[in-house]
Design a protein. Structure first.
Length: 392
């Protein structure tokens, strides 16, 4: 091999090593809780909090690749699970849908608990990562109910001129009430992914009556404060590219239901400029010209303040688990002071977990190239539910 060829190969290896973060050593997750006794009880059931989280050897130490692979493929070899669909008509005529899944696994310690799942933006029970999570939950003996965000399921027509919002909790509230009536003797744990994490956290802190058997919450990869996050979200760490993709996914939902969402009466009522809407390249632009108007807010700042969970933490009265990854390219680490400050209060009985790797909703674990289908995140949530339902 010539010196030139060896030099080129060396450069390529250095670039790959940089892109794949080969030098980043997997470590145990950082865990924060203001109540040592409560944390000790959690540790008894959550073995993964005391072990090194080992992402896939070749690519798993890159938060970008974890996020991209999650976005493109969701999970590996996902079993298809079918639930019972329930429909509810909201006060404004919107048709909310939920899928209920009952576990066939017999476990006397778990057959009185049910997980209420709120997916990420534009996602539903049909999303691959939700299907994988539900399958794993059912295998572990828990029942499960999943909210389908308005506009996210293609075979369910919109019946009012609105879709989901970042902090809209009304549809989730109806899911909670329905499940509480159907399973009055079951403990319920709310689990939210990304935008869904914001929704369930906000819901648990809102001034409204909730069933007493809703005993805990789990938030995964949420951003906590949309207003404070906007200046950071625009340019850092390729976030503009990620949010362009997310913006396009929301615009696709609007296009799909254009006849009802952008009818002549709606456009006139909310002063919507369609050209400006469909040329939006960031969520901020889209929320300014469309979302905040339909939601009834005069400014984006007012809208974000109302929708962000950070403004509802004081009202939370049940134990919470907050999970974020340090290398999440969508959620700036500067925003993680919100859950950290909250869990430091021993009265919160809550836990914050931060992994070094995992990206945004990735948390793939093990293997060199192809990881097992169950992620570290899936394992943690089930272990935490095992723990918290025994404690409360």
């Amino acid at each position: 091999m010539s010196a030139a060829a060896a030099f080129i190969i060396g450069i390529i290896f250095c670039i790959l090593a940089r892109l794949l973060y080969f030098s980043s050593v997997p470590i145990r997750p950082f865990v924060l809780c203001g109540d040592p006794k409560f944390l000790e009880s959690i540790y008894k059931y959550c073995s993964c909090l005391q072990e090194i989280y080992r992402p896939p050897g070749l690519w798993g130490r890159s938060g970008h690749l974890q996020t991209i692979i999650h976005g493109l493929y969701g999970r590996v070899k996902v079993p298809l699970v079918k639930g019972e669909r329930w429909t509810y008509t909201m006060s404004d005529g919107a048709t909310a849908t939920y899928d209920i899944y009952e576990s066939s696994a017999k476990d006397p310690d778990k057959d009185d608990c049910l997980l209420l799942v709120c997916p990420g933006i534009a996602n539903s029970s049909e999303s691959v990562y939700i299907q994988m999570f539900v399958s794993y939950v059912l295998d572990n003996g828990y029942h499960c109910a999943v909210l389908n965000h308005l506009g996210s399921v293609t075979d369910v027509k919109l019946t009012s001129p609105r879709i989901f919002t970042y902090g809209g909790t009304d549809e989730f509230h109806q899911l909670v009430l329905y499940v509480a009536r159907r399973y009055p003797n079951h403990k319920m744990v709310a689990v939210g992914f990304s935008m869904g994490g914001n929704i369930i956290t906000k819901y648990l802190g809102e001034k409204r009556e909730r069933p007493a058997n809703l005993v805990a919450g789990v938030s995964i990869c949420q951003g906590y404060d949309a207003l404070r996050g906007q200046p950071i979200l625009i340019f850092e760490n390729l976030r503009r590219l990620y949010f362009l993709i997310i913006t396009e996914s929301v615009k696709e939902v609007i296009r799909r239901y254009r006849d009802i969402l952008l009818s002549e009466s709606v456009v006139q009522r909310y002063q919507i400029e369609e050209r400006r809407l469909f040329s939006a390249q960031t969520l901020l632009e889209l929320d300014e010209c469309y979302t905040r108007r339909v939601a009834g807010f005069t400014t984006v700042s007012e809208f974000y303040k109302n929708q962000s969970s950070v403004n509802y933490f004081d009202g939370i009265r049940v134990p919470m688990l907050f999970l974020n990854a340090e290398d999440d390219p969508l959620v700036p680490v500067d925003l993680l002071d919100v859950p950290k400050t909250f869990v430091e209060n021993p009265n919160s009985r809550s836990v914050f977990v931060q992994t070094k790797h995992g990206g945004h909703l990735g948390f793939f674990e093990g293997g060199i190239i192809i990881p097992p289908r169950v992620t570290w995140m899936d394992r943690l949530v089930v272990q935490y539910v095992n723990a918290v339902t025994q404690i409360v």
